[in-house]
Structures are given as C-alpha cells and as structure tokens.
Design a binder for this molecule. Structure first.
Ligand code: NAD
Length: 529
C-alpha cells in the first residue's frame, strides 16, 4: 500500500493566494472510476481552512482592489483565463475524464464550453450598464449595479470545470470574490483553474479553492455571516440544507438542483431523429446529467415500433474506457453511484416495470453499468419520479397531447423537457404548457452560455448563464437626486412652530442643557425660551 501511495500525485488547496495543505494535515485519494485506482491525493479541507478562506475573501472584497477594478481590466483578465483554458484543453479534458469518468471527447467539449463561458462574461462585464429613470418632480433617479460581496460556489462532480466556470465567471465579472468548493471526488480541474488564475495575476483572495467533503465545511460556508451569497449545484436534499443554513443571515442562495425531465415523442416526429434524441437524452454522460431526459413519453400509436428500435439501439451502445475513442459510454463516477443505479433497477423491477435491456454492472474493474431501459412504466412509479442519475430510462406511453402534458408536469421537478413533432403549433403549445426552465424542440441537450439555465419547482432557484446569470451576482442600487436645492419643508424648518408660535430655524437653536440639565444633546428645544 505504501508503494502505491508514493506514486500518487499530491495536490494542495489554493487559499489566500497560497498553495497549502489542510491545517489538520489530513488528505484523501482521488479515484479513477475507469480503473478504481487512486491516482491523486488532495487535502481534506476542514473548518479551520474554510475560516481562513473566508477571512481572505472578506479582506479581498472589503479592502482589496478587485471590486473597484475597472470592468475593462476585469474583462481582460477573464479573457486571458479563457485563452489559457483553451491552450491546455487536452490536459484539462484528460484530467476531467480521469477524475470522474466521462468520455474524453465529452470532456473536451466541456473544457471548451468553460473557456467560452469566461469569454462570454468578460464581454458582459464591459457591456453591462445601469438605468436612468423618468420620475415625477424635479428629481433624477438612477440605477447602478454593484457586486454582492463574498460569494461561495459549491459544485457537483458531473461537470466539474464547466459548473465552476458557470459560477466563477459571472461572479468575478461582476466584481465579487469567490470561494469554490468542488465535489470531493472531482476537485482537480478546479485546482487547475486556480493555477490559471494565479498565472494571470488575479489579486490574492479573489478566487480560492477549498477541497474536501461538503457536509461540515459546506454548512459552515452556507451559514457564515461573512458570506453574502452561495451558488450551489447539486442534489435537492443538499440544496434544501443550504437554503436552511443560508437563512441564518438571509443570504442570497442560488440553487441548480436535480430533475426527472420528460422527453416527449409525438407520432408525427421524425422517427430517426427522435430515436437519436431519446438515446442522447439519457445515455449521454452515462445519464449523470441533471437535465437528462430520463422519462421518455411516447405516443401509443408508435409506441411498439419506437420502443423496439430504441432498445436494439441501446443494446448496441459500446460501453468502455472513456479514453478509448471507440467507447460510446464510460463508467459511472463512483461505487456509490453504481450502487444507487443498481438499487433503483431493483426498485423498478419490484414495482412491475418491464426491464427491456440492461440492468447489470459490467464484470471487471471500473464502475461500468449497462445502458438500461424500463418500458411500460407508470408515471407514479419511483423509477419515474426519483432522480437516479445513472443510465436508466423509464419509457411511458401516452394517448393524447393533453395526456402528455399532464404526465410531463406530474413531477416535483421542472428542470428540462424535450418535444419531438413536425407540427410547429403543437410544439409551441406543448412547450408553453410545460413547467420547466430549459426546453428543446426536435433536439435534446444543446446548452449555450448565452441562454439562462435553471429550473422550475424543486429543480432550483434562480438562473445561471446568460445575462440572467450575471444579474444573480449583482446588487441593484437606486440613487435619487433632488435638482431644486430647496428643503423638503416637511418638518416646518424656517416656519412658525405650531406649539410656541415662534419662528424656528437652525440659527435659533440652543443647547438643551441650558434649561434641561443635560449635557448629552445639543439641538432645538421646542419648549424652551
Ligand atoms: P451533492 O448534492 O451530493 O453534492 C454537490 C456539492 O455539495 C458537492 O460539492 C458536495 O461536496 C457539496 N455538499 C455536500 N453536502 C453539503 C452540505 N451539507 N452543505 C454544503 N455543501 C454540501 O450532488 P452531487 O452528487 O455532487 O451531484 C449530483 C446532483 O447534482 C444531482 O442531483 C444533479 O441533478 C445535480 N446537478 C444539477 C445541475 C443543474 O444545473 N441543475 C447540474 C449538475 C448536477
């Protein structure tokens, strides 16, 4: 065991502009899900480290130059970060794949998307502006945007670098500082992001990365009065805990949570395109995607033919090493995720859903699971209601458009939805009726930095990406200016005081203590003299 330990890469956290270990000295291994072998060691950050990061962040925001740095300079730096991400995209993609198991080609897409996110928010940083408002009277009213302060980003393991970019880029573009707490199983690309920020000369404490498990540290950050906002992506359960903890100082909380998204195929859909979209919807990223089309609703008139083709295509998906170009699906992220998937397949079987293909983990090392399809699922079953976050599809038949809408909305979630039909008016009618924040017509999964991302219902609060994503990281201040140079006159200043009949003005005022034996107050006493 000792010899294996010596071969592991050792990493440090990035706190207060320094690369350091946990104050406790504790570390933990990062495991490659394709081999089940540990390949890196990272610090197990604890409360002492979190406190240090919060102090540095507070100082960087309250005293540091960053919030007052001109937007053009902030933008220049964020563009430089984007260039550096692109410049080392191959290495970052490989690291992403190694730590969480997604196909290398998918990791490369994520890395380039992350670079684009930094470019996009660099552009918005210089373009954003306030407002001047028409108001009654001789007054002027303006609205300016200001950073919120010290922000915390807590990210999941399924898109480690991209989810970090979605938070860090708008937060820093708006002039905030950020502490990033990546998921414990996949911290390495977030640490590389810190390296890039250090290289481009970001001031100390503006961006920090705290590695380690979420529970204690996450709770501390979410409840700390020194943190102004928490932006969280992850499970509904943890999202609720963060919301509760954040209530301690009425902190702003942004939540991007789970989903059980409906992918609806009408009888007039392009058959081939819809089959392809259904497969991508659930098996892309091994189903470990928050917006996965994990409930496939298929119109009864094409149900048998559609399901038959779908199942045979799923059986042909090549599951293998994520670095192998021939692989079409990689492993799941962890043994825990593999166990969860296996548990849900048992639940589905016990509930009476028909297992049409898959349902087994693969032999050998690595957390591999077969692409799995349950057919004839009833929407009330747990496999149709609960997020599995693995390659398991629930196929549900429907009769009419109204049925499809009712079934699609019959969930606690509201993250994403897809509609497949050649009838444009039906597509728009259905999309309008769906309670979901991200929708697609005749496609599934494309995501753009320019378009807001987030869910209805228990899928979240707030939006990331787009201009909406920048708004989340800004306070809005109104400034009202009187243009008359005259007093408002509400409290009789310069007029007769009703009780004494004397004219009162500031020059008349006398100290209270002359008549009231008080040496505390100096001002006008309406009953004196
Ligand atoms: P998770 O909720 O277990 O963990 C997410 C993050 O929260 C991790 O960094 C973890 O360390 C941290 N954490 C854990 N306990 C915490 C606590 N008590 N306080 C603060 N932080 C804590 O989620 P996961 O397993 O990493 O990711 C999968 C989930 O994320 C799924 O539910 C998925 O749908 C969701 N997700 C949503 C989106 C979206 O955009 N809506 C995107 C990706 C993933």
């Amino acid at each position: 065991m000792a010899t294996v330990q010596q071969e592991l890469e050792t990493h440090q956290m990035y706190i207060a502009g320094q690369w350091i270990g946990a104050q406790s000295g504790e570390t933990y291994p990062v495991v490659d899900p394709a081999t089940e072998q540990a390949f890196a060691i990272v610090p197990k950050g604890g409360l002492a480290d979190a406190r240090r990061a919060v102090d540095a962040a507070r100082k960087a925001f309250d005293e540091g130059p960053w919030p007052h740095t001109p937007a053009t300079e902030r933008a220049r730096l964020l563009h430089e970060v984007a260039d550096k991400i692109r410049g080392r995209a191959g290495d970052l993609a490989l690291l992403e794949t190694r730590q969480m198991g997604k196909l290398l080609a998918d990791s490369l897409v994520d890395v380039n998307d992350a670079a684009h996110t930094f470019d996009y928010y660099a552009g918005l940083a210089v373009e954003q502006h306030g407002q001047t408002l028409e108001v009654p009277g001789e007054s002027m009213s303006m609205v300016v945007r200001e950073p919120i302060g010290v922000t915390v980003g807590i990210t999941p393991w399924n898109f480690p670098l991209l989810m970090a970019a979605w938070k860090v880029a708008p937060s820093l573009a708006a002039g905030n500082v950020m502490i990033l707490k990546p998921a414990s199983v996949s911290p390495l690309t977030s640490l590389e992001l810190a390296r890039i920020f250090a290289e481009v000369g970001l001031p100390e404490g503006v961006f920090q990365v705290l590695t380690g498990p979420g529970g204690e540290v996450g709770d501390f950050l979410a409840s700390s009065p020194d943190i102004d906002m928490v932006a969280f992506t992850g499970s509904v359960e943890v999202g609720k805990a963060i919301m509760r903890a954040g209530a301690a100082n009425v902190k702003k909380v942004g939540l991007e949570l789970g989903g059980k998204s409906p992918n609806i195929v009408f009888e007039d859909a392009d058959f081939e395109a819809a089959i392809d979209g259904a497969l991508i919807g659930i098996f892309a990223g091994s189903g470990e995607v928050c917006s996965a089309g994990s409930r496939l609703l298929v119109q009864r008139s094409i149900y048998d033919r559609f399901v038959g083709e779908l199942v045979s295509r799923a059986m042909a998906i090549k599951v293998g090493a994520p670095t192998d170009e021939a692989s079409e699906m990689g492993p799941l992220v962890s043994r825990q995720q593999l166990d969860t998937t296996e548990r849900y397949v048992k639940i589905g079987r016990d509930e009476g859903a028909v297992l049409a293909t898959g349902g087994h983990r693969l032999e050998g090392s690595g957390y591999y699971y077969e692409p799995t399809i349950f057919v004839d699922v009833d929407n009330s079953m747990r496999v149709a209601q609960e997020e599995i976050f693995g390659p398991v599809l629930a196929v549900i038949p429907f009769e009419t458009e109204a049925d499809a809408i009712r079934l699609a909305n019959d969930t606690i979630y509201g993250l994403a939805a897809g509609v497949w039909t050649k009838d444009v008016t039906r597509a728009l009618r259905v999309i309008k009726a769906l309670r979901a924040g991200i929708t697609w017509v005749n496609t599934y999964h494309p995501t753009y930095s320019e378009a807001p991302w987030g869910g209805y219902k228990q899928s979240g609060v707030g939006r990331e990406l787009g201009t909406f994503g920048l708004d989340e990281y800004q306070e809005v201040k109104q400034i009202n200016i009187d243009l008359t140079d005259k007093p408002l006159g509400v409290y009789q200043h310069g007029k007769e005081a009703p009780e004494t009949g004397k004219v009162v003005s500031l020059s008349d005022r006398r100290p209270f203590n002359e008549e009231h034996e008080s040496d505390q107050w100096v001002g006008y006493c309406r009953n004196c003299g």
